[in-house]
Ligand binder design. Structure first.
Ligand SMILES: [Zn+2]
Length: 463
């Protein structure tokens, strides 16, 4: 009897433990696709994404996907997207697996190596896009091919969309284009996207983030016009002084602190991995203590940004000659708006802070508000279980991104979006958009397993 129980327990453990690395052939496949993508010059302003879309379509075709299951197209011929559908039983609505294939520009002279050459060195893959966002793009494709080979029969369709122009958004953004022109291709119950990652500290994995919300991006223009005149006869009513006064008042202004479901959960979980006073503050902040929030905000710009809308002066212009009174003085103020606030509220607040009728405040860029995605129990459970099984002791960490991603288009269109990746990167060495961008080799393959297991669990009947 005892022996039986022992055996049963053993087999249970064997069943629940997830191997960290995918089978060799799938690792090789993912690496090959990844290399192809990284070496494809898809810089946001100088490159193109169509090659990646076409090459991936060919790959899927040779892996047995019929022509009718994928589409290549986009806002213009250099900015194509690829959408491919893996058919399930159709019992539930599809899941959309999203990744962008464009990258931030990278100049050879800014890097210590060629940014568009895929290099494996000392445990890392180097190249522009290795972290943002070609690892996830490559893995979505490799995992779809693996499901096919294994004969996986999900209870819903899995849709992979590799899209253009996430960096900088703009008129050729693939997600925006698909929503406006081919929504049926990507219609889904929810989407999985970038915007969540694994966090390591000093080589130790500590948290696996799941992105539930993101702040809204908006630019405001502060502008003063004046009739000007000769600078040898100055007057008090000076455009530059009006603007300077307004910016000075803005510099000491802070928006009120607040919480939403995502940040409340974030602070609550962070309290478990931090120590001492900070841990206590985080726990109290999660309960709504303004005093604790204030101490946390003072700790770091990142924490401050998680707690409130922020606005900061980023550009200046003004004056037309050294010997003339200025006829124009203007500034750009960039705001990252808490998802529960509106651009109109921020505009009203800025006008109040500026407190000068000569300073006109207008909205210059409004990237649109995206509601936070709900903490769905099915997703949270699958996410935590797989995290726990792959990396015991690592916490699942709900989060709100202070930057923006393509998730905003989907969230605004009513498709909740979750940032999940499972790639562990050092918290203090994030190189996306920067020099010598890289991804740990181990982190890449573990992420491949994580995403494989997560999608499988979310599309298996009875799970
Ligand atoms: Zn990205």
């Amino acid at each position: 009897m005892l022996k039986f129980i022992g055996l049963a327990l053993l087999s249970l453990i064997a069943l629940s433990a997830v191997s960290l690395l995918p089978p060799e052939q799938d690792r090789n496949l993912a690496r090959e696709i990844y290399q192809q993508m990284v070496e494809s010059k898809s810089g946001y302003s100088t490159g193109e994404t169509s090659s990646i879309a076409r090459v991936m379509a060919e790959r899927l075709k040779s892996a047995g996907f019929p022509d009718s299951d994928f589409r290549v197209g986009g806002a213009k011929d250099t900015k194509y997207n690829l959408v491919v559908r893996y058919h399930g039983t159709g019992k539930r609505k599809p899941i959309l697996l999203l990744a962008h294939t464009d990258v931030v520009e990278a100049k050879r002279e800014d890097w210590s190596m060629d940014p568009f050459q895929f290099i494996e060195k000392e445990g890392y893959f180097y190249g522009r896009g290795t972290a943002d966002d070609k690892a996830q793009a490559a893995i979505w494709v490799a995992n779809l091919i693996r499901y096919k080979r294994e004969g996986f029969n999900p209870d819903r369709d899995l849709i992979v969309a590799l899209t253009a122009d996430e960096e900088g958004g703009g008129p050729y953004n693939g997600v925006d284009w698909l929503l406006k022109n081919k929504r049926g291709l990507i219609e889904a119950e929810y989407a999985l996207n970038e915007g969540g990652r694994g966090e390591s500290l000093d080589g130790k994995r500590i948290a696996n983030d799941i992105g539930l919300a993101e702040k809204t991006y908006a630019d405001f223009r502060l502008e003063v016009r004046n009739k000007g005149g000769h600078s040898s006869r100055p007057v008090a009513d000076n455009a530059i002084y009006h603007l300077a006064g307004a910016l000075y008042r803005l510099s000491s202004f802070a928006f009120p602190m607040q919480l939403n479901e995502a940040t409340r959960a974030y602070f609550g979980q962070m309290a478990k991995i931090e120590k001492g006073q900070l841990a206590a503050d985080l726990a109290q902040a999660a309960e709504g203590s303004q005093e604790a929030m204030k101490r946390i905000a003072a700790q770091s710009p990142g924490m401050n940004s998680m707690l409130r809308t922020t606005c900061v002066a980023t550009q200046l212009e003004g004056g037309h000659a050294p010997n003339a009174l200025p006829q124009l003085a203007a500034a750009n103020v960039n705001c990252r708006i808490f998802p529960d606030d509106t651009v109109e509220q921020v505009l009203a607040a800025l006008k109040q802070v500026v407190a000068d009728e000569q300073v006109a405040v207008t909205v210059k860029v409004n990237e649109g508000k995206a509601p936070p995605s709900p903490m769905r129990p099915d997703i949270m459970k699958a996410f935590s279980q797989i995290t726990d099984s792959m990396w015991p002791g690592v916490i699942a960490l709900p989060s709100m991104a202070t930057g923006a991603s393509d998730g905003r288009y989907l969230r605004a269109a009513g498709i909740p979006t979750y940032g999940v990746q499972g790639f562990f990167l050092d918290r203090n060495d994030v190189r996306a958009h920067g020099r010598d961008e890289r991804m740990g080799v181990e982190a890449f393959y573990e992420g491949q397993t994580f995403l494989y297991e997560l999608v499988k669990k979310l599309s298996t009947p009875g799970e």
